[in-house]
Design a protein around this ligand. Structure first.
Ligand code: GAL
Length: 952
């Protein structure tokens, strides 16, 4: 049913009303009146979503709480989004992240979703909640819990055995989401996605979707149900309220980052009565083990991509766009799928290390425009204007109420990289104009650029007839209107403003010429730095700030109940709040201390709580000097100790407590090659390494095997296994699943002989096709003794201990000896650790742990984003797991890559205290080598209110 109104009255904190008004005001602000009953509504029609009846363009970015295990940094991400004009975050919730065992759920510590949703609300960010139960997301099992690998159910189907388990999760997560709904909760959840990319429109598929929808409603979900199922659940059983599109026009191979595929025309994908919603549109790409690296993905999905593709969606009429990912984060622990490595940077607008990619600024220019120019939320297609260059086209829309026109001027071929000049003929209220009018100038479309031009629009009290500059934002600040126009550096610009009588024009800076004519005031200029023009003569003075693209990067806007605040300068403006004549600003400062603030009445300014001395400028702003960050020096990591980490290879190691491999049936979709079943998951070992020990007897009655043929499945390209006989290294297998080892007679001993096999589970497959792929076997699939019966060898196995560390959860530790004994947290006696020098240079294959302790005393009041880097001489064959203060933040494969740098979020690392760095190294061959050089790196440091307490 469409056009449904989602009304439910309830007691709602006053902060919600502010969030609903699109304000950046945070809860707790103001001497708050007692909460009053406020009914909030989320509705939609064919044009847009409406919040409390107000049309709202959803400019949204995807973020995943399970990829940032530092709750105190969640506000940082939401504030950075808000500062770039985003008003919505789309958030997956990963079932497996919260459920270490069947029936057990954890929403505490780094898994505290109440905090997450409060943080979104406090930053003025709406939430599209995406709880699955299946989410895909390049996360282990597509978000299914690890324990589901032992359940032979038909995932993502109406199989009652599966639904019973899925409902356990839905009950848990829905309870949290329900209490954070905008409609009747304490938060800003405005939509709820059912399942993920579910394209199964069969009767069974529909029954499944309908079940989830009924469950959500029964659990108190009152906001619209949405989907990213493309055209699958638009009508009929299981239909969602608003269907959304899932689109990645450039795909996921980042190795040729300058080759583009064309932009899709999303206008062809409209559904009657619904707004055009891109539930997932490409914001970057994931990168596989051995891949080209995220720098290449950032290049493929760069600021030009955002410029051309996101504006194309606007021209197609989309009024809700979500970008996947906006901040990718880290698939820490063993959360990654087998294909992907630890970083989930994604080449996104906010990097894994929380820095700004150039795309952030493009997202911001567009986001500010969409926020300011509200007529964009209700538009119909309009006949294109005439363009005098055959390689350039116009795509136009008009708001039927205000007559505001939007013209997307772009290359006919969205992949073109030529520079084109064109003139566009506009039919406006004032008549027909071919623009620019000024002789010898043109609209320049750079390679891979498009311009979203505006006409017949009210810039506050002044009529904008047209501009060949793009509008970034406009606002009434104090007693005048301010508008920011921009264009690429060096390009021509022309703006026509309607005035009844000739206004007074003062060019405060830059070169801008003026022409008074029958249609009003025309300004001609070239985009270069930041020009300022003050125009007096309308109802309110208008200050035009005309910038080049570079200059717009440092333009920030925040809205408060007492009006908008614009700032030029600073690395980031996080918040603005009026308090008794004081304008309190928070934000981040870099080495450029100059800034100016355009604000209403404010007798005092503060920046991160400290008073700022201000002087009045000719532009009517307050000029201030911001504190600059202190330089950062990071200590060298040169005090290392080491500890041998594979006692399991010794013949006489005591494995009496290990699980005996005795199963003859399996829940896996993989057929065992030999019996008993040796799959790690069937024995409850779901993450990282699992050890196997095969015993056989050599005596007069037993024919000793002369070797062993193994098939071991790790998943993905990064797999490996190593084998030892009675403590002697037999060899390792990488990039293959098959290994045959012969047993040299000299290694055999009378009596009990032991072959030890170290395996690794690189993550479970997603179950995209609902074929039980998450139950693909991991570990030994077949073990065939050579020259002896299979029964000659009896196996025991030991892997990760699931309940070991609830704070860090089910993905943190695998089954190495040092993990089973929690060495990264409890390193044991100092005497167990021996001095070591990096880069290591040992021939011995096997497992060695390295430890270093580092005290950091980085400047306070400064947000420094840190990471660890491993550098190796070429030709090293080893793998490493990096633990920082007990948190597994990186999986490294020296001879596969590409990841060498591992961002470590503050909170996990303590910038103001002692840190333990523990690295488990599995050396797979006997050539000289081992762990390379390990160093701390700094991704960026700014003066900032962000100050994170270490998680202990
Ligand atoms: C989408 C899917 C996401 C993620 C993405 C690629 O289609 O819904 O979960 O897998 O592809 O990163």
């Amino acid at each position: 049913m469409k056009h449904r109104q989602w009304i439910k009255a309830g007691l709602v904190a006053s902060s919600l009303a502010l969030a609903a008004a699109g304000s950046a005001r945070t809860s707790g602000e103001a001497t708050a009146p007692a909460p009053t009953p406020t009914a909030h509504r989320v509705s939609f029609d064919k044009y847009s979503f409406l919040i409390d009846g107000k049309r709202t363009y959803l400019w949204s970015g995807e973020v995943h709480p399970y990829r940032l295990p530092s709750p105190e940094l969640w506000p940082d991400i939401f504030q950075k989004m808000k500062a770039a004009g985003f008003n919505t975050a789309s958030i997956y919730f990963s079932w497996g992240y919260h459920s270490p065992r069947e029936g057990q759920y954890d929403f505490s510590g780094v898994r505290n979703l109440d905090k997450l949703l409060d943080d979104a609300r406090d930053a003025g960010i709406y939430v599209i909640a995406r709880p699955g139960p299946y989410i895909n997301a390049e996360v282990d099992s597509g978000g299914f819990p690890l324990w589901l690998t032992d359940k032979p159910v038909k995932n993502r189907s109406p199989d009652p055995a599966y639904l019973k388990l899925a409902d356990q999760w839905m009950t848990q997560i829905d309870r949290i989401l329900a209490r954070h709904q905008l409609t009747d909760g304490r938060g800003t959840v405005i939509a709820y996605q059912v399942e993920n990319e579910y394209y199964n429109g069969s009767p069974a598929g529909r029954e499944y979707m309908q079940h989830l929808e009924n469950k959500a409603r029964a659990d108190g979900i009152t906001v619209p149900l949405v989907g990213n199922h493309n055209a699958t659940f638009v009508s009929g059983k299981g239909a969602v309220d608003v269907s959304g599109w899932d689109y990645y026009p450039q795909g996921f191979d980042c190795s040729h980052p300058s080759q583009w595929k064309p932009a899709p025309d999303m206008a062809a994908h409209r559904f009657a009565g619904e707004p055009l919603f891109t539930a997932e549109f490409q914001g970057g790409a994931f990168d596989p083990w051995g891949g080209p690296g995220y720098a290449k993905c950032a290049q493929l999905i760069n600021d030009r991509f955002a410029n051309v593709f996101y504006k194309e969606n606007i021209a197609a009429g989309a009024t809700a766009q979500n970008f996947y990912m906006l901040f990718g984060g880290t698939s820490w622990g063993w959360q990654a799928i087998p294909q992907n490595y630890t970083s989930y940077d994604y080449g996104a607008a906010i990097t894994e290390g929380r820095q700004f990619d150039p795309k952030y600024y493009e997202d911001k220019r567009i986001g500010y425009f969409l926020h300011a120019v509200t007529p964009i939320t209700k538009t119909n297609a309009l006949a294109a204007g005439r363009v005098d260059n055959p390689r350039v086209v116009d795509r136009a829309r008009i708001n039927p109420d205000t007559g505001t026109q939007f013209h997307l001027v772009r290359h006919g071929d969205t992949t073109a990289s030529t520079v084109e000049a064109a003139h566009l003929t506009l039919s406006l209220k004032e008549g027909s104009f071919t623009v620019p009018q000024q002789a010898g100038t043109a609209i320049t479309i750079d390679g891979r650029e498009s311009k979203l031009l505006l006409a017949d629009y009210m810039l506050g009290a002044t009529r904008l007839v047209y501009s060949t500059s793009e509008l970034m934002t406009d606002a009434t600040v104090g007693n005048r209107d301010i508008a920011v126009l921009y264009g690429r550096h060096g390009s021509d610009g022309e703006t026509l403003l309607g005035f009844a009588a000739q206004p007074k024009v003062t060019v405060l800076s830059g070169t801008v010429s003026q022409h008074w004519g029958k249609h009003g005031l025309r300004l001609d200029y070239r985009h270069d730095g930041l020009a300022r023009v003050l125009i007096d003569g309308g109802q309110r003075p208008l200050l035009l700030l005309i910038g080049d693209d570079q200059a717009t990067q440092r333009v920030w806007r925040q809205d408060t109940p007492k009006g908008s605040v614009l700032m030029i300068g600073s690395h980031l403006l996080r918040s603005a709040k009026y308090d008794d004549g004081t304008l309190a600003l928070t934000g981040d400062g870099d080495s450029d201390a100059r800034a100016e603030v355009f604000a209403g009445d404010a007798s005092r300014l503060t920046w991160n709580g400290r008073p700022l001395a201000a002087t009045h400028t000719a532009s009517g702003s307050l000029a201030v000097t911001l504190p600059v960050p202190q330089p950062i020096t990071l200590p060298k990591l040169d005090h290392w100790t080491r500890r041998a980490g594979a006692p399991e290879i010794a013949r006489n190691f005591n494995d009496a407590q290990w699980r005996v491999a005795n199963l003859t049936t399996t829940s896996s979709v993989t057929k065992p090659g030999t019996l008993p079943v040796l799959f790690a998951d069937d024995y409850g070992f779901h993450t990282g390494n699992t050890w196997y020990r095969g015993h056989f007897t050599v005596d007069a009655h037993h024919a000793a095997p002369s070797g062993l043929k193994l098939k071991v499945v790790s998943g993905g390209k990064g797999g490996a296994f190593s084998a030892w006989l009675n403590g002697h290294f037999l060899g390792s297998v990488t990039r293959s699943e098959i290994g045959a080892f012969s047993f040299p007679a000299a290694m055999l001993v009378p009596g009990d002989n032991v072959v030890s096999v170290l395996t690794v589970d690189m993550g479970h497959e997603e179950d995209y096709d609902s074929t039980g792929e998450n139950r693909t076997a991991r570990g030994i699939v077949s073990a065939e003794p050579i020259g002896a019966d299979a029964k000659a060898v009896t196996w025991r196995l030991q892997g990760a201990i699931t309940d070991e560390n609830p704070q860090r959860g089910p993905y943190n530790f695998g089954g190495l000896y040092g993990e089973r004994h929690e060495w990264p947290i409890k390193p044991g006696k100092p005497a167990d650790w021996h001095p070591a020098v990096l880069p290591a240079n040992t021939a011995q294959p096997g497992v060695t742990w390295y430890r270093s302790n580092v005290s950091l005393a980085l400047p306070k009041g400064q947000d420094t984003s840190l990471g660890l880097e491993i550098t190796d001489p070429p030709g090293r064959h080893y793998r490493a797991m990096i633990f920082v203060n007990g948190w597994q933040m990186g999986n490294y494969i020296a001879d596969l890559g590409p990841q060498h740098r591992f961002p470590i979020p503050d909170g996990i690392i303590d910038p103001h205290g002692k840190n333990d760095i523990t690295i488990a190294v599995w050396k797979t061959d006997s050539s000289p080598g081992g762990l390379g050089t390990v160093s701390l790196i700094d991704y960026g440091s700014y003066t900032s209110p962000v100050d994170v307490t270490a998680i202990r």
